[in-house]
Design a protein around this ligand. Structure first.
Ligand code: ZN
Length: 390
């Protein structure tokens, strides 16, 4: 598990350190083809990627985005990295990378506002509500050097942009960023914990506990599992989030049945059963993310959960719970009935997430798909395999 030594901030709600909440996030460099004796100057670009969900009178639109903008106001340099951030191999901008790293002139707040504006322009309909999910903000340093003229070191070609102030005059210095490695031993029993490189939480099979890397080391992660009913199952992680909803009655399962006009015969116990929002805790394409979040929230997994780690294969959780909370208003807009309520009331609805739990739900493994028959949900294995790039 990797993290940066400096500039760590923990999310107020989920206590999980997210890339976006940190002042800078991760820093990467693009590869270069400059001559060995070239004095490289690394120019910072902000990269913002994630999923965009927008709710308008026309319905709910969603898409994946991956955009970049220069962190320096210099006319001689390209305004964005174009496809380079997606097509070139990035490596961490550690102290072993020689060169001069220029300081960003445009901070995180200003750049987020720019990105949000840029993304908002796209859907032409009047947007009632917009959420960015799984977003991460990072800095990518593009290499340049001074030959007879300013050279783009990625292609080792002269830059054909307008003239501007010499890059050599701008503030900067050598890379001083390091990665911190947290020992992955269980803080409770000392056992080696399990989890993939991008996992948000590691699990200890010895004492059946889960931990996430917080500001002061490992912090317990609340979790539960829905026991499988079939043989070949894979457990997928979801966030079960309890929230205070103001502006519309949505506290119990009975409220949900009424609000979404679900064709289910009412039961007296539903008036006491608390309502939860659900959303995937793993990265997957926007359409699937939304389909799963909506499907499980409306299916309302009724079987009691156990505080145990799932047996067998598990998909790692790599999306923090505060990201899952972002989808809630979009979910509400998708099932509120009658739909006119959405246009009238969405702006007045406030959702304050209060409590979360990481819940593993069993999916049966079929030839091409993972299927949750009780909730009538499926996703292709291929999609899950490709999600590493998101
Ligand atoms: Zn343990």
């Amino acid at each position: 598990m990797l993290s940066e030594v400096d500039r760590l901030v923990t999310c107020q709600f989920c206590r999980v350190r997210s890339y976006l909440s940190s002042n800078g996030g991760y820093r990467y460099v693009l590869p270069h083809k400059a001559p060995a004796d070239a004095q490289l100057i690394y120019v910072p670009y902000w990269r913002f990627k994630g999923m965009l969900f927008a709710c308008s009178a026309a319905g709910i639109q969603h898409r994946f985005f991956d955009v970049s903008l220069a962190a320096l106001e210099t006319p001689q340099l390209p305004k964005s990295l174009g496809l380079r951030s997606q097509t070139l191999k990035l490596s961490f901008a550690g102290p072993d990378v020689p060169g001069r790293f220029l300081e960003p002139q445009r901070g995180r707040q200003a750049i987020l506002a720019d990105f949000t504006r840029q993304l908002r322009r796209d859907p032409p309909q009047a947007v009632l509500y917009q959420a960015h999910i799984g977003e991460s903000l990072s800095l990518i340093y593009a290499p340049f050097y001074r030959g007879r003229q300013l050279m783009d070191a990625v292609l080792n070609r002269p830059l054909t942009q307008a003239p501007g102030p010499p890059l050599e005059d701008l503030a900067g210095g050598p890379s001083r960023w390091r990665l911190r490695f947290l020992a992955t031993l269980c803080p409770q029993c000392g056992w080696e914990m399990e989890g993939s490189r991008d996992a948000l939480a590691l699990s200890c099979r010895n004492c059946a506990s889960m931990y996430t890397a917080g500001l002061h080391g490992w912090e317990p992660m609340p979790f539960a599992t829905l026991a499988p009913s079939a043989q070949r199952t894979v457990h997928l992680p979801f966030w079960r989030i309890q929230a205070d909803v103001a502006g519309v009655a949505l506290t119990t399962y009975a409220d949900l049945v009424r609000l979404a006009n679900l064709p289910r015969a009412p039961r007296a116990t539903w008036e006491q059963t608390p309502f939860h929002f659900w959303s995937p805790a793993f990265k997957v394409r926007p359409a699937t993310f939304f389909r799963l979040a909506r499907g499980i929230t409306l299916a309302f997994p009724p079987i009691p959960l156990v505080e145990e780690l799932p047996a067998g294969p598990v998909v790692p959780a790599n999306l923090p719970p505060c990201e899952g909370a972002e989808i809630q208003k979009i979910l509400l807009a998708s099932f509120m009935h009658p739909p006119r309520l959405v246009g009238e009331g969405l702006a007045g609805i406030r959702i304050l997430p209060r409590e979360y739990r990481l819940v593993y739900l069993p999916f049966e493994e079929r030839h091409h798909e993972l299927v949750q028959p009780a909730m009538r949900l499926a996703l292709s294995k291929n999609q899950l395999a490709l999600a590493g790039n998101l």
